[in-house]
Design a protein. Sequence first.
Length: 371
Amino acid sequence: MSDTELYFFFTKNLLEWHEANPRPMPWKGERNPYLVWLSEIILQQTRVEQGLPYFEHFKAAYPTVTDLANALEDEVMKLWEGLGYYSRARNLHATAKYITHELSSSFPTTYEGIRSLKGVGDYTAAAIASFAFDLPHAVVDGNVYRVLSRFFGIETPTDTTEGKRQFAVLAQGILEIGKLGIHDFLPSQFNQAIMDFGAMQCTPASPNCTACPMRERCVAFLQGKTAVLPVKSKKMERRQRFFNYLIFNKLNQVYIKKREAKDIWQNLYDFPLVETDSLEEGREFLTTNKTCQAWLAEVSGWRLLRVSAPLRQELTHQRIVAKFWEVEVEPDFLPKEANWIAVERGNLAKFAFPKIADLYFKQKLLPLELF
């Protein structure tokens, strides 16, 4: 079978499978480029099930790109809270402002224009171009890598420059050549079909090969390679960091600060932080650590109320291990740090915190309501 015939076979069976296996999503069939863009940014590095309610909340809060542009950054970050990869939210807000103020609220209508937006890569640009404008650009995401590597038996690692180029060329070729043999489908239909096929049929673990319309031509199935394809060359290593948060309780207030450094969780709020090389155990940490000494030297009187058990949050390249040291300070305590903000406990829920702080809140060691 020639490449052209194989592409026809793949496209025909893929589209027939998709028609028989719908996967309803609130953004499917959406032509408003703003909402397509919003859904694609939310779904970057996020499972559909997790991202769906966030899409609904953002759509309700900011029905147009101008509404999003005019929102306060803290409001946007709070609505994004819990979704992770917070640079997406910052880029989303910045791009909304750019489209509103520089492009007169008109979303770009070409692949190149879409690709130039902050936070938009090749995949996202192709997705928006095809779903909003039916431009002939093939998407290549994790699902597409998996489907193509298995069907065509490609062992080039997907996380290499060579692999990314090879899969992008292949996906685009199938879309263009498949269109020649099957005239009644749109690029958006092809892109949605191949992503849904990877999510529902050709899954990472236990793909449903027995009911797969591709199996008679699938190299991975015929050669018993479904478990080893696709190939990745790099093993991800996580850096471990140890955070010690000091919760300064002053009457009904606690001190928080905004994370403004170029680090994880930028523009979210947390508590005064001391990072150490290892996990701190005893209360002597507060009197021997130089940063803690400096902070507590400003207090006329203080006492340690409680210390949390170590809490963990896994990020893509980092593992955060945190302890929360809750300290009661005298009413006259006024820290020298200008970026510390005194907040009523009952108002903490108005601020966007990283997940590690939310885990602490849920332990009820620092309730969001007054106590």
